[in-house]
Design a protein around this ligand. Structure first.
Ligand SMILES: *[C@@H]1O[C@H](CO)[C@@H](O)[C@H](O)[C@H]1NC(C)=O
Ligand SMILES: *[C@@H]1O[C@H](CO)[C@@H](O)[C@H](O)[C@H]1NC(C)=O
Ligand SMILES: *[C@@H]1O[C@H](CO)[C@@H](O)[C@H](O)[C@H]1NC(C)=O
Ligand SMILES: *[C@@H]1O[C@H](CO)[C@@H](O)[C@H](O)[C@H]1NC(C)=O
Length: 688
């Protein structure tokens, strides 16, 4: 039942928009499904995202121009393979299969698919046939693409030709007569450099679409929807300061009478420096009046009840200013926020009977929920919606308004621009709801588990690889088992020779994604006696280390002198006003450099995170750990699912990076500044 409702919601907009050209995306449960959707819409083509098992006749009824089959977690030759209707290949429509979709095509047309022994997710080089319509216009035939682990094509289906290869792996197949194509890599993500061109070729050239679906044509529909839904009632809008809720509030003001809109902004004490004031001021400029609720003192001492799964009972959490665990912080902040909203709404006289709630739910949120339902993982659905008593009651009565549910992030920005919101507000980098609270790594004790010293030894060998190979060590074999190609070993030798490095395992935990799960694990700090960072060598190490040490989620470069001593303790850290104000100052000076140099747009996001680490303590008289360090994470992404650490000299000028490091170092109480070199995967954008 839930499944159907979700899919209906996703495609409902389409039903009243039949004049547009439509692409059907059949979702096999991929984590990248929503990015395919976004990529297609970015090319101004309307999509209808449907489950893989949708019948050929249903697809025919929609009148779409072509079909894209997504990747998915299943295997085509195992029992759990999802159902599908093979008639979809007889509709005479162009088809593009991605990853799982390609294997499915290959199997349907008589080829075979085998489970690959072992392959890691990541960027690989592949040769593509430029004479194939799918790869028309690529500048070179060798392309960098994202491959994810899983099955691969063993024998190619009859009537299909191989149009892409990476060593022995078939990366693309084509049947020109039938207009059916398959790619093993993910053209929808940024990590596939030529991805957009491939999608464009498929949509415009192969399927003959025009690309006439634009934001302009949708603004009026939004306004109309708000007017009809709200009528004479009132609407509550929670303004976080992010782009979505700001655009939403502006739309509501444009559609309704000002007395009908109640916009509230809560300062939870974890905002950036001066952020609340600036958001309020910007909205005032477009005549949106927001009520400020300053609840930073309330949040500080707030608690919530936690459900302990294995013990099946509830316990009270610590107060927020003493909580150590990221999930606990999130829960307390979320619950406290809800209570505050409930009492404010009550104080403003809103009742269930005369009010609606407007939410800035975007299309990717809906797709994610729907996609999880398809992989029958209903438990895992993230609650994207604020769940307060009032909100729940409004939801139950269908009194929730989500006018942006058909928009992706970049489209919301375009809409905001049309509505006259200032550019600096629209281009604001995304900032998590719990704000600075999840950018302070809290800890009372160092994270030292039994494998700490073993991992440290492997790291020592790796960082000094050019010397290590001269002194046989049992662990070198382990390294060579993974770095198996001669070419890679030569690179490792070259880089460690030209840039002397030390690698220390830091006794803290940070979040990463490995496979399908989130893990909390170690961070490595690289440093060098050479004061000029060799970014090429550093980024190479950042790619290599997690492949060998699976308990490492992140690799950082430590600015300044070489760090050779092992750090075995930490500076006890909680969310106190003091700690937060230190981080707020560091975040402010770092972002001021970006603003001053006009770099805000070129970096997608730059979390500035406080770490409980004190380096460079006197070795003779070891003073207590009392300072903290800061890591900056300039990050490049368009799709917000995958991304790269910004490469100094390419994505961000090197002197800007050095200026940021120098200015943070001047903030009182800061020991060292670090630079996060990790791409995603394996490291997430945020550290907690
Ligand atoms: C804070 O923001 C307000 C509104 O934009 C501005 O007038 C004020 O000068 C800012 N203060 C600081 C310290 O930046
Ligand atoms: C909220 O109160 C705190 C502490 O009293 C203060 O530092 C902060 O600037 C206030 N926030 C706003 C947006 O005025
Ligand atoms: C938090 O609670 C403590 C102990 O009850 C109290 O002393 C302190 O003033 C409270 N802090 C805030 C910010 O309300
Ligand atoms: C609820 O919504 C507000 C405003 O959109 C946001 O700041 C806050 O983080 C959300 N809370 C949760 C728990 O998602």
């Amino acid at each position: 039942y839930h499944r159907n409702v979700f899919w209906f919601l996703l495609s409902s907009h389409l039903r009243c928009n039949m004049s547009n050209e439509v692409v059907v995306i059949l979702d096999a449960g991929s984590q990248y499904g929503k990015i395919i959707d976004r990529r297609v819409r970015e090319l101004n083509v309307l999509t209808d995202l449907l489950p893989l098992q949708t019948s050929a006749s249903a697809i025919k009824e929609i009148g779409c121009k072509c079909i894209i089959i997504s990747g998915g977690p299943s295997s085509v030759h195992q029992g759990e393979a999802p159902e599908f209707d093979s008639e979809i290949f007889n509709l005479g429509l162009p088809v593009l299969g991605i990853c799982y979709g390609m294997q499915l095509i290959n199997q349907v047309f008589g080829g075979t698919v085998a489970t690959t022994e072992f392959r890691e997710d990541g960027q690989f080089e592949t040769e593509l046939d430029k004479s194939c319509a799918l790869f028309k216009g690529l500048d070179v035939s060798c392309q960098t693409v994202l491959l994810t682990h899983g099955d691969s094509v063993q024998t190619v289906a009859k009537d299909f030709s191989v149009v892409g290869k990476s060593d022995a792996l078939v990366t693309a197949i084509a049947n020109k007569a039938k207009n059916i194509y398959g790619v093993q890599f993910h053209p929808e993500v940024d990590l596939t450099v030529c991805g957009k061109q491939v999608m464009k070729n498929f949509l415009y050239d192969i399927s003959g679409l025009k690309g006439s679906y634009t934001v302009t044509s949708r603004e009026e529909a939004c306004i109309q929807q708000i007017k009809t839904t709200i009528g004479k009632s009132k609407v509550l809008v929670l303004v976080s300061g992010g782009v979505d809720s700001t655009v939403l509030a502006t739309l509501c003001y444009k559609a309704l009478d000002a007395t009908q809109v109640v916009a509230i902004h809560v300062d939870n004490g974890f905002m950036r420096k001066n952020e609340s004031q600036e958001v309020l001021k910007a909205l005032k400029l477009v005549n949106v009046d927001v009520k400020l609720v300053n609840a930073s003192n309330t949040f500080y001492n707030s608690t919530t009840t936690l459900y302990v799964k294995h013990a099946k009972h509830k316990v009270n959490s610590r107060v927020l200013c003493q909580t150590l665990y990221p999930e606990e912080k999130r829960k307390i902040i979320g619950d406290t926020f809800m209570n505050i909203v409930d009492s404010e709404a009550h104080a403003l006289g809103l009742t269930i009977d005369d009010c609606f709630l407007a939410q800035g739910t975007l299309r990717p949120d809906l797709i994610e929920s729907a996609s999880k339902l398809v992989s029958s993982n209903a438990d895992a659905i993230k609650t994207h919606h604020n769940d307060t008593e009032l909100v729940r009651a409004l939801r139950a009565r269908g009194r929730v308004l989500e006018p942006l549910r058909d928009f992706h992030k970049d489209e919301v920005r375009m809409l905001g621009r049309r509505l006259g919101l200032p550019e600096d507000l629209l281009m604001r980098q995304p900032f998590p709801g719990p704000g600075l609270a999840i950018r302070v790594l809290c800890a009372e004790e160092p994270f030292l588990c039994p494998e700490f010293s073993h991992t440290q030894t492997v790291l020592r060998l790796l960082a000094a690889y050019s010397n290590s190979i001269n002194k046989p060590h049992a662990l070198l074999q382990k390294i060579h088992a993974i770095i198996s190609s001669e070419q890679e070993r030569e690179k490792l030798q070259k880089y460690t020779d030209r840039f002397p490095m030390k690698a220390v395992l830091l006794p803290i935990k940070s979040v990463g994604v490995q496979g399908d799960g989130r893990t909390y694990s170690y961070v490595v700090g690289l440093s060098s006696p050479d004061p000029k960072p060799d970014w090429e060598a550093l980024f190479f190490m950042a790619k290599t280390i997690p492949r060998i040490c699976h308990n490492v989620n992140r690799i950082t470069y430590i600015f300044g002198n070489v760090v050779s001593e092992q750090i075995q303790d930490i500076t006890p850290t909680v969310l106190s006003f003091n700690v937060l104000s230190t981080l707020r100052q560091c975040d402010h000076v770092a972002h001021s450099v970006l603003v001053k140099r006009n770099l805000v747009k070129s970096i997608s996001q730059m979390p500035v995170v406080l770490l409980p680490l004190h380096f460079d303590r006197n070795m003779l008289f070891r003073g207590p750990s009392c300072q903290r360090s800061v890591v900056i994470r300039p990050f490049i992404t368009n799709d917000f699912m995958t991304g790269l650490a910004a490469y100094p000299g390419t994505h961000i000028p090197e002197d800007a990076v050095l200026e940021i490091a120098t200015s943070i170092k001047k903030v009182p109480g800061i020991s060292r500044v670090l630079y996060d070199l990790t791409s995603k995967p394996p490291g997430t954008t945020e550290w907690e």
